[in-house]
Design a protein around this ligand. Structure first.
Ligand SMILES: [Zn+2]
Length: 135
C-alpha cells in the first residue's frame, strides 16, 4: 500500500538524518503532507509505528497538512483549495487524483480551468529532532 511505502521512506530518511547529525535517540519527526495527496493519516502513523527503528522508541510523529494552493495561468490569480466549497464526492476525487482538480475547480477570477498547483502535493520530511551524544 501507498502509505507503507511512504512510511518506509520516511523512517529510512529520518534514520539517515539522525546518523548524520549524531542523534542517539529520535524524539520527534515532523512530516508535511500535501492536502491534495490522498494519504490516510491513521494508516500512515500505524505503518510508521510498525517500521520505526530502535532509535525511535519514544518518537512522536507529527503530521502537518499543507493546504492546496493554485495559481491561474491566465490572469495570475492565486487561491487556496478549501474542501468546504466543493461537495464531498468532488473532494474525494481530487484527493485521489490531484489532476482531477482541473475538472472541478476554476479560477475564481476569470473562470479558467488552466492553473498550476503550487502547493499541497507530495509528502516530505520537515524535521527530525532528537538527543545528541554528550549534550
Ligand atoms: Zn484566472
Amino acid at each position: 500500500m501507498h502509505e507503507w511505502a511512504l512510511a518506509e521512506g520516511i523512517v529510512s530518511t529520518a534514520q539517515r538524518v539522525a546518523e548524520d547529525e549524531g542523534l542517539l535517540e529520535i524524539t520527534e519527526i515532523v512530516i508535511n503532507i500535501g492536502e491534495l495527496q490522498q494519504i490516510e493519516h491513521e494508516i500512515l502513523v500505524f505503518a510508521l509505528e510498525q517500521l520505526k527503528t530502535s532509535t525511535m522508541k519514544d518518537v512522536r510523529f507529527v503530521l502537518k497538512p499543507i493546504q492546496g494552493r493554485f495559481r491561474c495561468r491566465v490572469c495570475g490569480e492565486k487561491w487556496a483549495f478549501s474542501p468546504n466549497t466543493v461537495d464531498e464526492e468532488v473532494s474525494e476525487a481530487i484527493h485521489f487524483v490531484p489532476e482531477m482538480a482541473h475538472v472541478y475547480i476554476k479560477c475564481p477570477q476569470c473562470d479558467s480551468p488552466d492553473f498550476d498547483v503550487t502547493e499541497g502535493r507530495g509528502v516530505w520530511l520537515e524535521s527530525v529532532k532528537g538527543l545528541k551524544r554528550d549534550e
